[in-house]
Structures are given as structure tokens and as C-alpha cells.
Design a protein around this ligand. Structure first.
Ligand code: TEU
Length: 557
């Protein structure tokens, strides 16, 4: 089926935290192999693996030193080919992570490029002279704090890196670089890979004059609009589609940082032959105060109205041409029930409620490992986090620039720090939550005894089986794929209410996203209850009081 991904539910595996099969405390491919039947039981159609290629692991594999070799920490190329084969036997497709905005500084291309200004690989990356005072070529910041430029003594020039200095940005202006990328893609798709999640795809075209951002107060380095959506972005993606993607029955999802709706339309309008869909960040920024020197670490309280309005805007914008991804979690986000909901008293209904409001929307849902059992944020001491983004931000914002107190920063990390999603998958209540027989690379979340797969599989009322039902509904009723979206009660602070309609049917998705009861005034017509997350939900969406985090899906034919 050509557009299989429109009816699919995709499960993101963060391999280093999913399942360790050899006791080194680090997840691996054979660990994933051991859990394919679990994923088949859940009913997902595809798995997206975060990077498993050779890497120094400075940014947990998003710094690649050999794109054609599986890193020994994860296994071998043969293990990967075997995993693909076994997944396909279970009708599960395999999506790999394409990280080509940058490589590792240990990649052979960069090792050559930095040797000399006339090295054949020099133009694989961006090298610029210092300003006359010796400072960086411009005031662009790195997403991982500090400048986006690092001086390389060997040739006295700076090189560009949107992320860590160990992640130099590739120069896509160089046709050779693009052909190298296309050869890598063909290599894996010829081995059976079914598609790509494209890391930082919005960043691959640069504004080559590299202008300084306007100086804003005392901010020495700035992150802004020139870090994405460069002038040749869509040209490059259309070339990639022409030269590679169109030759394979594959699915593509771009991680399009910095994308607004217009950009999303360009990426996903099938007439433009670019990508199938993109991850945007708009709805995952509703609890972040924009435009302060603290960047993503400046939080504001979650408000459902903001979330509803952003989701509705994206549903309406891509309704005719284009396609949405549907996600609340991934390896870069905090756990949604801890961040936007309640992960204690109402953890189970809350997890099911967020799953309901997400999976009822138009688009392709992505489930992040552990989301299907209601895993929660980890609340570690700062020293116990692994993520370089957290440690770099602490040094820059708390120690050097003093724009956040240690307490405010710790609170922000507890809400949105990436390690919240990266704690080992909780398989059972045994040592290390059954993730590893060794000492895991990142501490296991202490709540693993209460929250784990073994418990979920034994409890017919668990979040796991609720996700399984949602996936079954998506697979069986076309209205979940095709129905038009309409939001109701946009300003209600508790209720998320929307419909999906076709010429013959309608769905009503109704949820009380709050810790207090909420009165719903009812929807006309002959509805019947398809699914709800609490016993005793009203059979029809008539005037009713919804319990905290009560959610339901009704169908009208
Ligand atoms: O993330 C790129 C990105 O959009 C960043 O905003 C990212 O979310 C990060 O948290 C900075 O705030 C991708 C990967 O998902 C991320 O894990 C990598 O660290 C990054 O690219 C570099 O490859």
C-alpha cells in the first residue's frame, strides 16, 4: 500500500535505553529483537530507531563517525539485517534515523577536512576566518550552549556546528556531500530499511552570508530564524526525493525544527515531492516562555487552551494538502503526563486521556518507548543526568550568565530535560527494571516497581491495552485517517472536544484534561460509545459531568 504510513502507528525506540541483551548496561539491537513480539502485541506498524551507527556517543549517537557501520555497542551490521528481517516477518517496518545536518568530528570526512585549507574534504564543512578581532565569524549560538563556531588551531579558521563542537555541520552546497548522503540512504534501503526520520532536516541549507543576529541585550550568542529554513532547503529535499526516495516504497518524516505552518505545507504537500510528514515543535512549546535569555528552560504553566489552539491550527492547516505527525513524546521531550498532566493520583486515566486526544486527530501517531505504560519524569539530582544539553545549559545559564537560579534550572530540567525520556525502559520490577543485567548507563527511574511492562500486561485495564485498543480502532475505522477535524469549546480550560467527520460517519473525541470534574453540555445526534478510559462513562455524549482526566470516543453513523 503506497501511503501505508497514513494508517500506521509508529513506535520510537531509543536503542541505548530499550533493552540490553549482553549485560553491558547499554541497550542493543538484539535487545530490540527480543522485544519484537511485545511490539507486535501492541500492534504498531513500524519502529523508528534513534541512531545505531558508529559514534563517539557525545550526543548519544547523533554524532556519527561511520554511517555504514553499526556501532559495536549496539551490535553488528548482521544484527541489524537480522532485526529488519524479523521485524518484517511480524509486519513491522523499520525506519532509521538520518542524521546528515552534521557528522561527528571523528568522521573521516572531518578528520581530512580539518587537515588543510586545500584538503579535498575542506568544503564538506563550513570554515570561516575569524573576525578582525579574532572572534567568531558571527554571533550565532549552538543549541548546546556557547557559540556555533569553534576555532581549529590547525588552520586558524572556525568551523560551524549548530550543536556540540563534536558535531560539525555538513556543507550541503557541496554536490559531493549530497551524493555521499544519497549513497548512504541507498545502502540501508537496499538492506530493507523502510524509511527515514530526518534529523534537523530544517537546518541543512545555510544562509551563506552568515549575518549577525541583532544584538539582544547581553546575549553574546543567539539562536534564531537563520538556524533553519535556508534558501535552498526545499531544493535539496526535492533533489533527495528525485534521486533516492522516489526509487523506493519508503516513508519519510522530517524533524523540522523552526518550522511554521507555511514551511510544513512546503515539506508535506505531496505535489511538491518532498517528504511525507514532519515533526513540528509548536505544540510542545506551549509551556515554554519564548524569547528570554533562558531559551527553552524558561517555563510557564501548562494551559490546555494553548495546546488545543496549536493542535487545531495544524490540523486545519494541513487538512487538504500535507500530513501531520501526532506526538507528545520522543527522546528530546519530558514525559507528557509529568509535563502537561498528573503523574501521581491520576497517572493512569491521565495517560489514557492524552493518548485519546492525540490518536483521535488526523495524522500519523508516534508512540515513544514507555509512553504506552505511562512512564514518568525521573527527578534526578543534576549530577545524575547524562545529557550534554543539560550540563552545558547549566554552566552557561546558571554559572556563567546567571540568567536562571540553580533552583529554577533544576525545576525546568525536571519538567522538560531530555533525560526524562531516556531512562531505561521498565520491563519488570526486578533489578534494573529488567532492562539490563549490568549497571545501566543512566539510572533507572525509581518508580519502575510500580510502572513496568510485566505489570501492564497482567492488568487488562492498563495503559498498554488502552493504547492497543486505540491502535486497533485506527486500523479498523477509516474515519480516523480521513475524517475532517473540527474543534469545539476552544476556550474551555478543562475540556478538549473535537469531531472527525466524513460524509457517512462522525467521531466525537471528548476529554477532561484537568484534576477537577468538568461539566460537558452534550452533543446532539445518535452517538454510541466506542472507547473510554474509565468505567461508567455515559453511553451517549449527553449533558454529563466528566471525572478528572475522563476521556471518551463516540461514533455516529
Ligand atoms: O534535535 C534537534 C532539535 O530540534 C533540537 O531542538 C533538539 O530538540 C534539542 O533538544 C535542542 O533543544 C535532534 C535530535 O532529536 C536530538 O536528539 C539531537 O541532539 C540533535 O538533533 C542533534 O543531532
Amino acid at each position: 500500500m503506497r501511503d501505508w504510513w497514513k494508517k500506521a502507528v509508529i513506535y520510537q525506540v531509543y536503542p541505548r535505553s530499550f533493552k540490553d541483551s549482553d549485560g553491558d548496561g547499554f541497550g542493543d539491537l538484539n535487545g530490540i529483537l527480543q522485544k519484537l513480539d511485545y511490539l507486535a502485541e501492541l500492534g504498531v506498524d513500524a519502529i523508528w530507531l534513534s541512531p545505531v551507527y558508529q559514534s563517539p556517543q557525545k550526543d548519544n549517537g547523533y554524532d556519527i563517525s561511520d554511517y555504514r557501520m553499526i556501532d559495536p555497542k549496539f551490535g553488528t551490521n548482521e544484527d541489524m539485517f537480522h532485526l529488519i528481517k524479523e521485524a518484517h516477518i511480524r509486519k513491522i517496518k523499520v525506519i532509521m534515523d538520518l542524521v546528515v545536518n552534521h557528522t561527528s568530528d571523528q568522521h573521516q570526512w572531518f578528520q581530512e577536512s580539518r587537515k588543510a585549507k586545500d584538503n579535498p574534504y575542506r568544503d564538506y564543512y563550513f570554515w570561516r576566518d575569524p573576525k578582525t578581532d579574532g572572534s567568531e565569524p558571527n554571533n550565532w549560538g549552538s543549541y548546546f550552549s556557547g557559540s556555533a563556531w569553534t576555532l581549529d588551531q590547525q588552520t586558524g579558521q572556525y568551523y560551524l556546528h549548530y550543536f556540540a563542537k563534536e558535531q560539525p555541520d555538513l556543507n550541503w552546497e557541496n554536490e559531493e556531500v549530497r551524493q555521499q548522503v544519497y549513497r548512504i540512504m541507498r545502502f540501508w534501503m537496499d538492506k530493507g530499511v523502510d524509511g527515514w526520520r530526518m534529523d534537523v532536516i530544517g537546518g541543512i541549507s545555510k544562509f551563506l552570508d552568515f549575518p549577525d543576529y541583532p544584538a539582544t541585550g547581553d546575549q553574546r550568542y543567539v539562536l534564531g530564524k537563520w538556524h533553519a529554513n535556508g534558501p535552498r532547503l526545499h531544493e535539496f529535499i526535492q533533489e533527495m526525493n528525485r534521486e533516492v526516495l522516489s526509487q523506493y516504497p519508503c516513508m519519510t518524516v522530517g524533524e523540522a525544527n523552526g518550522s511554521d505552518i507555511d514551511a510544513a505545507k512546503k515539506y508535506t504537500d505531496p505535489r511538491r515531492k518532498e517528504l511525507n510528514m514532519i515533526f513540528s515543535f509548536a505544540h510542545m512549546s506551549v509551556d515554554i516562555q519564548q524569547g528570554t535569555p533562558a531559551g527553552k528552560w524558561a517555563l510557564r504553566p501548562f494551559q490546555l487552551v494553548r495546546l488545543k489552539k496549536v493542535l487545531a491550527k495544524w490540523q486545519e492547516a494541513l487538512a487538504d494538502h500535507g500530513w501531520n505527525t501526532l506526538y507528545f513524546e520522543n527522546h528530546d521531550q519530558g514525559r507528557v503526563i509529568s509535563r502537561f498532566g498528573n503523574d501521581t493520583t491520576y497517572r493512569v486515566p491521565c495517560a489514557k486521556a492524552f493518548a485519546t486526544i492525540l490518536h483521535g486527530l488526523k495524522g500519523t501517531p508516534f508512540i515513544y518507548q514507555g509512553e504506552e505504560i505511562g512512564m514518568v519524569n525521573c527527578h534526578y539530582d543534576l549530577k545524575d543526568y547524562n545529557d550534554l544539553e543539560i550540563h552545558n545549559a547549566y554552566n552557561e545559564l546558571v554559572i556563567e550568565n546567571k540568567v536562571l537560579s540553580k533552583e529554577a534550572f533544576r525545576h525546568a530540567v525536571e519538567r522538560i530535560g531530555r533525560d526524562n525520556a531516556r531512562t531505561p525502559m521498565q520491563w519488570n520490577k526486578n533489578k534494573q527494571a529488567g532492562f539490563s543485567d549490568g549497571q545501566s548507563w543512566l539510572k533507572v527511574n525509581p518508580r519502575y516497581k510500580e510502572i513496568n511492562v510485566e505489570q501492564a500486561l497482567q492488568d487488562t485495564d492498563s495503559i498498554f491495552y488502552y493504547y492497543k485498543q486505540l491502535i486497533q480502532l485506527r486500523h479498523s475505522l477509516d474515519i480516523f485517517t480521513e475524517g475532517d477535524f473540527q474543534l469545539f469549546l476552544p476556550d474551555d480550560p478543562q475540556l478538549f472536544v473535537y469531531t472527525r467527520t466524513t460524509n457517512t460517519e462522525a467521531l466525537l473525541i471528548l476529554a477532561n484534561i484537568s484534576e477537577e470534574p468538568a461539566v460537558y453540555s452534550g452533543m446532539e445526534g445518535e452517538w454510541h460509545l466506542l472507547l473510554s478510559n474509565l468505567p461508567g462513562t455515559a453511553d451517549t455524549p449527553s449533558k454529563q459531568q466528566l471525572r478528572p482526566y475522563e476521556a471518551a470516543i463516540y461514533l455516529q453513523r
